[in-house]
Every structure is written in C-alpha cells, then in structure tokens.
Design a protein around this ligand. Structure first.
Ligand code: CA
Ligand code: CA
Ligand code: CA
Length: 410
C-alpha cells in the first residue's frame, strides 16, 4: 500500500504533579561494630556479639579496626543493643550507598524512567537503570563529549535551551515540497515542542546543576526537522530526505518518534541508511505507535528498524502503546519530563511511544560508543540483550525483548 500519508508525531500531552523522594536502606544481613581497645579478649567480644544477636565476624574494615558481623535479626536493633555495651566504641547498620553516577541536575529526581525510586507512585526499579548503567559504561564522571552521534527526525530543536546548548552538531530541515522543492535547507528551530522533548531525553546536558538529564548525555545531536507542518505533521518525502541527511552526516543512531503508513520512498530511505547492518550503517529506532492496538506503523514496521513500545512507572505496557510481532524493545513513555521549546528554561511532561523511543536511542548510542567500528547488526543484538524481560517470557508483542536496561549495555 503506497498511499500518500501524513506522518504524525506520536505524543499525547498530559500534566503531572511530581514530588521527589530518595530512599536509603541498609544491608539486612550484617552490622558494623568497633570494639573499644580495652576489649581485647576474643571470648569477651564473642559474648557481647552473641547477647546482641550477632556473629560470626565476617571481616574487618581496612585500617579502621571495625568488624563486619553477620546477623539474622534486624541490624538496626542489633546495632542498638551493641551500642549499650561498655565494650563497644560504636555499632551501626551497613548502609547501602546509591550508585555514584547520580547527576546534580535539579529535576533528575523526577525522571522515573532513568531511576525509579517510587517517586511518582510507581514500582521502584521500573526504570532503565541509568545511574548504574552510567557507572558500568564508564560515564559516571559525566563527560560532556565523546559519545556516538545521534540523529533525530522530528519537529526540530530549541538549540539555545539551557539543557541543550552546545549539543547540535548538524541542523537542517526538509519541509513542504511546494516551499523548498525537496531540498535540505538550513535551520532546525522547533515551533512545536515535540522534537525538543525528544532531544532532551537523548542528550540533555547532564550534571550541569539544572533541569533534566539525558540518557546519552555525551552524544552530539544531528537534527533534521521534517515535521514542520501543523500539529507536528510532515510528509513521507520530508522524512525520507531527513533520514538521508542524518545518515550522510554520520549519525550512528537515528531516532524517529513518528509514524504513518507504508511507503516505497520511506522504506528505500531506511534500507539505504541501514546498509544491510554493516559498520557504515545507521541503527534506526522508531515509535511503535499510539493506537493502543496491533496496528503496525512505519518506519517502525520495517525489518531494518527497531520498533519501540512504551511502559509506565510500574513496568506495565502503556495503554496507548501498540503491540504486535514487530515490537522489538520497550522503554518508559508515560509522563516523561524533558526539555520544552517555549523558553530556554522550560520543561514539560508528556506521554507517547515518542517518549519511549529516545530512551532506546540513548541506550543504543552508548552501546555504539563502546563498540566503535562494530556492525549495526552487532549493536542491534546488544541492544536487544540490554533489556529486562517483561510480560510473557521471551520476546512478546507488548514489550519485544523487554524494557531496555542501560546497566546491561555491552
Ligand atoms: Ca541538565
Ligand atoms: Ca521493525
Ligand atoms: Ca517478555
């Protein structure tokens, strides 16, 4: 079916009030105790531990003389008992420290998709494990540069936004063939917001003290505005034109939060950019669609393109998210906070498979950055493996291989 189609940006706008919260915990099996220097006899120490419900000693803390002691009781209670002993200098619970790669961005705590502590009423850890993933992939010091370039076909970008400044490496538009006669033109300003939101999820300036964090914050962005029509619409030729531009300017990953009908031109653009999965190709990710049924949208539906479904803060399939055999991975897409186009310090919370797609593009970019020179086929298989299986065991229509998890990114 090669009917002319209008391609629609796939987002629905929702408002949400948010609170931030952080939970601290401690190891349930151990307690830390330091005896006074006067308590030298092992039998004496052992008796104190036994009365408090602790023991045996598992080890010591290097250079401090403190012991790590096993307990089957509540470590907080055990520590309290030990602290009442005249032989104990101090005792305390063995606290769990948060992953070190927690950035200082003012609103990071609202990004449940990156790190879910239950702060939006969801399930803790229903997230992409971004802090753990940044640590595991060597990004825990928040470098601003050095990542694989990500191309975005969308409504453009507010390049002067405080969380996007300096991110745009390539900027162009293809819009309205009656206006531009099919050529790529300069300029990628966003007059809609959708593209700026997507860009922030992929690559917002991170650990800069303000706003949000991006998944692949050290990736430069290639921006091509194809959805310049009313309400975030564009045509097949414009989208295909942008795919060609972003591939030719070196984007290793191309993110498309859009969808519509099948088209020979669109498919040919995807096939050309994918390069049969070779090392000179671009990995293409696209939104599965917001019809809430089994509809297959394009470009997601092409075999060359990774189709992305949306989850919520409880790792459930979003009610609007399409489910079909082509869905390849899932990511958070409900009530996602990101950068907005209306001012250099504006943010907005919206929903859609459009919002899930850039989470996946970010994970793919980090994989591509760690595997420079690898084939797109290899990067794609590593992306499929960097997931937590949800729903029916194995690949399924709602989640594909599962919700992406950056800490599994190889
Ligand atoms: Ca930021
Ligand atoms: Ca596909
Ligand atoms: Ca599954």
């Amino acid at each position: 079916m090669h009917r002319p189609t209008r391609i629609l940006a796939l987002a629905t706008v929702l408002a949400l009030g948010l609170t931030s919260a952080a939970s601290a915990g401690y190891d349930r099996d151990t307690v830390i105790v330091k005896f006074k220097d006067s308590a030298t006899a092992a039998a004496q120490r052992g008796a104190v531990l036994q009365r408090a419900g602790a023991g045996p000693v598992l080890g010591t803390v290097r250079g401090l003389g403190a012991n790590v002691v096993r307990t089957t009781a509540d470590p907080a209670v055990v520590a309290g008992r030990l602290n009442r002993s005249a032989l104990v200098q101090y005792a305390e619970v063995n606290q769990i420290l948060r992953a070190s790669a927690v950035p200082n961005d003012a609103r990071f705590g609202e990004l449940y998709g990156l790190n879910n502590t239950g702060q939006t009423g969801g399930t803790p850890d229903a997230d992409i494990d971004a802090p753990e993933g940044w640590d595991a992939t060597g990004l825990g010091t928040f470098p601003a540069t050095g990542g694989a370039k990500v191309g975005i076909v969308d409504t453009g970008i507010r390049a002067s936004h405080q969380d996007l400044a300096g991110k745009v490496a390539d900027c162009a538009q293809s819009r309205g063939f009656l206006i531009f006669a099919g050529s790529i033109r300069a300029g990628c300003a966003d007059d809609n917001g959708h593209g700026t939101h997507v860009a922030g999820t992929i690559g917002a300036n991170t650990n800069n003290g303000v706003g949000v964090a991006g998944v692949a914050f050290n990736s430069p962005l290639g921006i091509c505005r194809a959805l310049g029509g009313p309400a975030g619409t564009g045509n097949t030729a414009d989208v295909a034109n942008c795919i060609g531009y972003l591939h030719d300017t070196g984007s290793k990953v191309i993110s498309m939060s859009l969808g519509g009908g099948d088209s020979t031109t669109l498919r040919n653009a995807v096939v050309r950019a994918y390069r049969n999965g070779a090392s000179n190709g671009s990995l293409i990710v696209a939104a599965a669609g917001n019809d809430g049924n089994a509809t297959v949208n394009y470009p997601a539906g092409y075999a060359e393109v990774v189709s992305v479904a949306a989850t919520d803060n409880r790792d459930q399939r979003a009610s609007f998210s399409n489910a079909n055999a082509d869905v390849e991975v899932a990511a958070p897409g409900v009530n996602i906070l990101s950068t907005w186009f209306s001012s250099d310090s504006s943010y907005n919370t919206i929903s859609g498979t459009s919002m899930a797609t850039p989470h996946v593009a970010g994970v793919a970019a980090i994989i591509a950055g760690r595997n420079a020179g690898a084939t797109v086929t290899t990067i794609r298989s590593r992306l499929q493996a960097a997931t937590d299986d949800l729903g029916a065991p194995g690949r399924d229509a709602s989640f594909g291989f599962g919700r992406v998890n950056l800490s599994k990114a190889g």
